[in-house]
Write a protein that binds this ligand. Structure first.
Ligand SMILES: *Cc1c(COP(=O)(O)O)cnc(C)c1O
Length: 244
């Protein structure tokens, strides 16, 4: 199946999930996760109409970005944007802030503070999401919902003018059983609602949740951005030996 064909099918499934949930289709963005995909495949996805992309490694995107720029993906009104959706080490924060339009995986107070300083030095505003760890089985990254660190970060955030905290992101444990995943999505939305009440100076409207196998459920539970790789590009080229 071509990327365009896959995209049409995913979009139809997204619309169906929106109908079931009584939501407007425009309320959910589709992010194409292009990690491990070649620049040629990414340009093909852009030609099929995709404009928002997610990459999970700073170095990998730095290598691919010039070819994408040469293909015209960053010029004009139809410019593509790329978010970092993989873990960010503090020593790569400056490079990431320069390369990406947004960082969707801020997982510590220290990283948030650092990104604000970096954006300030560039006289820019950097949109970010906070990655939340909802269970022991989920990825090792993320702030715990009840943690003092998350509370402190949310208290400080309004005083960091160069960092725009726009919402939350999570990666639930993998399960074929979508009803086992649903509670994680629901919990992230509930957490967002509670934090919105507690921190009225922030506009936490984004909920990045849902991947190829579970995005319909994530949309039913309030996702505003689904991160979809395999269902658009097909199975990723086999994993190599690089470390995160
Ligand atoms: C790889 C990845 C995705 C996409 O996964 P698929 O199952 O291929 O859709 C989404 N989110 C994150 C954080 C990822 O690393």
């Amino acid at each position: 199946m071509s990327i365009a064909g896959n995209l049409a099918r995913v979009q139809e499934q997204m619309r169906a999930a929106c109908r079931r949930a009584g939501r407007q289709p425009e309320s959910v963005q589709l992010m194409a996760v292009s990690k491990m995909q070649s620049p040629e495949r990414i340009v093909e996805a852009y030609a099929a109409g995709l404009r928002l992309f997610g990459e999970n490694r700073v170095q990998e995107f730095a290598e691919k970005q010039p070819a994408l720029a040469a293909a015209g993906m960053f010029t004009g009104r139809a410019a593509a944007s790329f978010h970092l959706i993989g873990p960010l080490q503090s020593n790569k924060a400056a490079r990431a802030a320069q390369l990406f339009d947004a960082i969707d995986t801020v997982d510590s107070l220290r990283l948030a503070e650092k990104l604000n300083q970096i954006a300030a030095a560039a006289n820019a505003t950097l949109p970010v999401l906070l990655e939340i760890k909802l269970s022991a089985e989920t990825s090792k990254h993320g702030l715990l919902p009840e943690s003092a660190e998350l509370a402190l970060l949310l208290e400080c955030a309004p005083d960091w003018p160069h960092l725009q905290v726009r919402g939350l992101m999570t990666v639930p444990p993998y399960s074929e059983n979508l009803e086992a995943v649903r509670p994680y999505f629901r919990r992230l939305r509930q957490l967002r609602d509670v934090l919105t009440q507690q921190y009225p100076r922030l506009a936490l409207d984004q909920l990045s949740m849902g991947m190829s196998h579970d995005f319909p459920v994530a949309i039913e539970e309030g996702s505003t951005c689904t991160r979809i790789g395999t269902a658009i590009f097909g199975t990723r080229p086999s994993l190599d030996t690089r470390q995160e």
